[in-house]
Design a protein around this ligand. Structure first.
Ligand SMILES: [Zn+2]
Length: 64
């Protein structure tokens, strides 16, 4: 299982409601993801998206 790859480069995170069933991408978390953190770079280009549960989504927002 790939580790979540949080970019150290300056990025913007946008949070979307997850419309499909997916598991939280944080290692060891077995919860259902209900949010998607979409990362974009300084130019607003899509970098990647990470499916997260509510709890881990808050952690990601606070760390940005
Ligand atoms: Zn989680």
């Amino acid at each position: 299982m790939p580790q979540p790859d949080f970019y150290p480069a300056p990025t913007t995170v946008r949070i979307w409601r997850c419309k499909y069933v997916s598991q939280c991408k944080v290692r060891g978390c077995l919860k259902r993801a209900n949010l998607i953190a979409e990362k974009t770079d300084v130019a607003g280009r899509h970098v990647r998206q990470i499916e997260l549960c509510t709890q881990h989504c808050e952690v990601v927002i606070e760390s940005e």
